[in-house]
Ligand binder design. Sequence first.
Ligand code: 6OD
Length: 469
Amino acid sequence: MLTHFIGGQPVAAGTTFPVHDPVTGAVAGQAHEADPEVVDRAVRAARQAARDWSSMPVGERAGWMRRLAEGIEARFDDLVAAEIADTGKSLEQTRTLDIPRGIANFRAFAEIAAQRPEDAFHLSGMLSYTVRRPLGVVAVIVPWNLPFLLMTWKLAPALVAGNTVVVKPSEHTPGSAAVFAEICAEAGLPPGVVNIIFGYGSAGQLLVEHPGVDAVTFTGSTKTGSTIMKSVADRVKPISFELGGKNAGIVFDDAGLDRAVEGTAKSVFTNGGQVCLCTERMYVQRSIFEDFCAALAVRAQEVELQPMISAEHREKVLSYYALARSEGAKMRAGGSVPLFGDHRDSGYFVEPTVVTGLSEWSRFNREEIFGPVCHVAPFDSEAEAIDLANGSEYGLAATVWTAGLDRAHRVAQRLEAGLVWVNTWYLRDLRTPFGGVKLSGIGREGGTRSLDFYSEPTTITIKLEQHDA
Ligand code: 6OD
């Protein structure tokens, strides 16, 4: 039974809810569900801890971040097991991406914060400089697709900037956060600096609305982001949102077919397509369109399957497969439910799917599906490819596949997206700004942008009297 972590202690309060194994659909565990009293207790614990934590020198807080990174290393296998149990991710991905990124997040923000210079201007007659102060208590609302990676991506900068936090992981994926609570306790982190509560969206809603919460960071759907934004509008709380996507990829005929297909397969099928950065719309130059579709369809059939996170999410993805069929799409690969002949048949799997033949106006091509699926359409000119890619309400990420250096820069700079990858996908430098435009989010995190969000500058200006010696 997973318990909340409040004020440095496990707290077994509130009713409980089941957590399912997406590989089999079976109930794999239970967690306590935060009610209003639990939420209030967590926020109070965070507020109480904020005084000492915020006044600690940043170098000391950076030391705590390094200790947490070491704690993650020491509990690496437990975190891997917890993350796989909740998500059904592959061992390979969990060991090489999800958990290592937690370590990297704490180490990176320890360095970035400790080395960050402040503004200072010495003009005739005055000295003007800034100090940055933490926001106070930050609500950290974490999605189910990359639970540990995204929790630590938000926690590390929030904490090193001097905030205390209340984390609400997704109801589907409480496991790695529960192990992290133990890591905080084992490391001796001051009680109340990190608090973790479990529950559904209703618990998250109570948390963001709590008057003791000063700011909200959220990664998840645009719909939930919009709900949170309305809930905090009256108190004008700072928000940082990374939301949905309908990411486009453009393949030019000079890209090298094998490289483009391989990279696209990764960008479409990784994590079962359940990454906000995954590509769902591909545009391929007409001369290589048929070859590209055929090769991607082959790759789709070779992918190691990862289940959808829940029965409900699987139904959603399958409803888009059905929609594509009903609109006359050509299913180049997949389009239904795989049959294993074993325990996985009651799990939440769908087939990796490649679709062609739908209009740009089809709901399939406009709405985020968040599964292992993409639509592929041909284009004739560079300008047309850019227009097609930009013809979305979303703007998180895009990929461009070409050997042409000039074209790579030209196209990348014209794409309406917060992130553009050229001849690669999801290659990250944690110091760069990360986030989306349009319905894909508001604000940027990453490097000093994260520290900017998690703190407020105060400008101090001193008049300097001019005296002759
Ligand atoms: O890699 C990251 O830092 C990041 N924020 C990834 C987000 C993925 C969303 O599903």
